[in-house]
Design a protein around this ligand. Structure first.
Ligand code: C2E
Ligand code: CA
Ligand code: CA
Length: 706
């Protein structure tokens, strides 16, 4: 509180009055209620004795009702009178210093009373005036502060710049020594204070955040929580050092609450409104800074991609999709501590992990996958679970570091998706599949070009009857790609890339069209042409509704009998696309096409599946055939499959027939057809179609050995 000045004409008039009444008085002092001298007259203050100080403290504390206290000071003494306001509040103490202590202080009081009473009235008036003045000053300061802060909200600047400005304004108008803002999960730690350098500032802020109880300097700390979705990880406005401030504690808290709400609004501007996470721009700036920092090696970037959000949106509606994203963001906020997290696009998120080891980061990623997968969502009358894939990459230095690190984390995330989803992969340049991904990106361009530029070649491999009396010419169509140098690449080298980049549908269409054209061009259109082509189909084609129409249209356009075509679908693909596969098969089978279940025995291999699909042929996987002569397990698997097929009236094809003793065994086990290098390697399909076909396996084997 502002007190009257030490030199004061009006008070000096009192001194003259007191002196007239007390000739022994040599000096006068007035203390305010805090014990600060606000007026002095006469003698310079001498060294006050402990007795004097304790008498003064006693009167100021209001504990004693004494009308005065006399203190012997040798030489002389002092008499202290409490000064009381009209509402009996304390205005302080008047001390009269005397050359000798009077014998009867009470008589002294008596003689001084009128003068003291007048002085008290004077003080009363002055303090009331001052109080009003103070109120006006505070009110004006508050108004100015709030006005400035309000206009900040509309200013186009980063939220951090706005927060800095709020702190400056606090210092200026509230007159506090230190003003700070901390927002956990955003990495925001700001302190406005005089005379503190970098590290001291951090220490001071930490101290303000966790003051220890006994610390007197923190007794006047005002802490106001920042409340909102942006600061769900925790946030505080901290104001400390109020001794110069005119704001009462209550008023200060009210203003602080208001400032806190404005700080939250400032933060909201840089925030993803759906999830409450910091906007990408905020994240990007910090990522860039981290990539350029010397401590780069201690940080990792995590990329998180929620599985199949578009499917969730489609099946359950956008609102449920949003709920899934919000739930995921809550997990990130709860478990990622002070590490910065953001939402990059609709379903992808990123986290900047500081000071986590690769092992800890992976653990955190795995825990996140698990926690998210455990959540149960409800939509369209059903409950469902969602998944997420996580990729982790180190930070790359340099100007393009941020985008390079992000690309690496994305690649790792794709690898996690390829390996089944709901898992974590770290970017390691030595990782085969990750390298494959990078290769794929280049390869896929050439696959696309090969499809576009007719650089696909079809081979045909004969499938021969194991028993006499069947002269059907049956071939499996196998695709090859010619690379830019004209080399023939086997499917193993390009199918995985084509699959990952959703090119299989296009590739299968091309193979179907080329096969039909080859039949048509070689005069093999009719049902009785004695030819059958087995064409492999992928899951992507089966999953695509347009594919069925394409096949039907092509068959009709080329006028090829559907009976000449047999489509091979692997057991795994058929089961994964159960309904589509069934519809596809039924529809084409009605036209006369046939179906084989390929690679049977390696997938789920449940015989019950056989009943679900309208198939004609079971293709026993080559791995059982290859070693059938030496492996009793393989032998019993083939025996069982052959028996089931017989009961269900299905034909069987054994692939990978490489040895003569295998051939004999297969025949004994009543397998219908054989295919393999022993019986005929794949050759160009048009050659296969026109060439003489060996009528039996024996002639194929003999011809080969010639
Ligand atoms: P698949 O359908 O199981 O085809 C049989 C594969 O086994 C062929 O490899 C064939 O060359 C090979 N093979 C034939 N006889 C033997 C043998 O005696 N021993 C051994 N070890 N292998 C033998 P290819 O041509 O490299 O094809 C590999 C896979 O690529 C095929 O497996 C099929 O899944 C896929 N594929 C090939 N052509 C097409 C196509 O036109 N469309 C689609 N969607 N997939 C195709
Ligand atoms: Ca096949
Ligand atoms: Ca096969």
């Amino acid at each position: 509180m502002d007190t009257p000045r030490e030199k004061d004409q009006v008070f000096d008039d009192y001194a003259a009055w007191f002196k007239a009444l007390l000739p022994d008085a040599t000096g006068f002092l007035c203390y305010d209620r805090h014990g600060r001298v606000f007026w002095r007259n006469g003698d310079k203050a001498q060294d006050f004795t402990p007795d004097y100080k304790s008498a003064l403290a006693g009167l100021l504390s209001g504990d004693s009702d004494a009308e005065l206290q006399a203190v012997d000071m040798d030489p002389g003494g002092a008499v202290l009178f409490p000064l009381t306001g009209s509402n009996t509040e304390s205005h302080g103490v008047l001390a009269v210093i005397m050359s000798s202590l009077p014998l009867d202080p009470a008589a002294l009081r008596q003689s001084l009373q009128p003068a003291i009473r007048t002085m008290q009235r004077e003080l009363d008036l002055r303090f009331r005036l001052l109080e009003n003045q103070r109120r006006l000053v505070v009110q004006a300061a508050e108004e100015k502060l709030l006005h400035h802060v309000e206009s900040l909200v509309h200013k186009p600047q980063s939220s951090e710049a706005s927060l800095r400005r709020i702190l400056e304004l606090c210092r200026k108008y509230l007159a506090v020594e230190r003003a700070g803002i901390v927002v956990e999960g955003r990495g925001i730690r700001l302190l406005d204070a005089d005379g503190l350098k970098g590290e001291e500032r951090d220490v001071a802020l930490k101290h303000m955040m966790n003051p220890d109880g006994g610390d007197k300097s923190m007794a006047d700390l005002v802490t106001m929580p920042l409340e909102g979705i942006v600061t769900a990880g925790g946030g505080k406005l901290l104001l400390q050092g109020w001794s110069d401030s005119q704001f009462s504690r209550r008023r200060a808290r009210r203003v602080a609450r208001y400032l806190a709400s404005h700080a939250v609004s400032a933060l909201e501007r840089d925030t993803d409104t759906l999830t409450g996470l910091p906007a990408w721009s905020v994240f990007e700036a910090q990522l860039q800074a981290a990539c350029q920092s010397d401590d780069r090696a201690d940080s990792l970037l995590m990329y998180l991609d929620v599985d199949q959000l578009h499917v969730i949106n489609q099946n359950y509606g956008r609102e449920i999709g949003d709920e899934v994203l919000r739930a995921f963001a809550r997990i990130l906020r709860t478990w990622f501590g002070t590490n910065l997290v953001t939402r990059i696009s609709s379903d992808s998120f990123a986290a900047l992990l500081e000071d986590l080891s690769p092992h800890e980061a992976r653990q955190l990623g795995e825990d996140t996958c698990r926690r998210f997968h455990e959540l149960e969502f409800f939509g369209a009358g059903k409950s469902f679970h969602a998944g997420v894939c996580v990729g982790i990459a180190p930070l790359t230095a340099g100007e393009k570091g941020a985008s390079r690190s992000l690309a690496a984390a994305q690649v790792a995330c794709r690898a996690a998706k390829d390996r089944g989803g709901n898992r974590v992969e770290a970017y390691e340049p030595a990782d085969q599949s990750i390298m494959q991904r990078l290769d794929d990106i280049q390869l896929v361009g050439s696959v696309r070009a090969a499809i576009g530029e007719d650089r696909l070649v079809l081979l045909g491999q004969p499938i021969l009857p194991l028993k006499r009396g069947n002269d059907l010419r049956y071939f499996e169509v196998l695709v090859r790609m010619l690379d830019e140098q004209g080399r023939m690449l086997p499917p193993a080298e390009f199918l995985s890339a084509a699959e990952r980049y959703q090119l299989m549908d296009e590739l299968d269409r091309r193979v179907v069209r080329m096969s039909l054209r080859m039949l048509a061009e070689n005069g093999l259109r009719r049902r009785d042409s004695g030819v059958r082509l087995a064409i492999n189909l992928s899951g992507q084609s089966l999953g695509n509704e347009g594919f069925l129409h394409f096949v039907k249209d092509e068959i009709e356009a080329m006028r090829v009998a559907p009976e000449l075509l047999c489509f091979e679908i692997t057991e795994t693909v058929a089961v994964a696309n159960m309904q589509r596969a069934q519809a596809f098969m039924h529809s084409l089978r009605k036209m006369g096409c046939r179906f084989s279940l390929d690679d049977f025995g390696t997938g789920l291999s449940s015989f019950s599946y056989l009943k679900l699909f309208p198939i004609d042929t079971l293709k026993i996987d080559g791995s059982f055939v290859k070693d059938i002569a030496t492996n009793v397990v393989s032998q019993s698997v083939v025996a069982a499959l052959s028996e089931v097929a017989r009961v269900m009236e299905l034909e069987t094809v054994a692939e990978y027939v490489e040895k003569e003793d295998s051939l004999r065994l297969l025949r004994d086990l009543n397998v219908t057809w054989g295919q393999g290098y022993l019986l005929g390697e794949p050759v160009r399909l048009e050659e296969a179609l026109v060439a003489d076909r060996p009528s039996t396996c024996e002639s194929a084997v003999t011809r080969k050995s010639l």
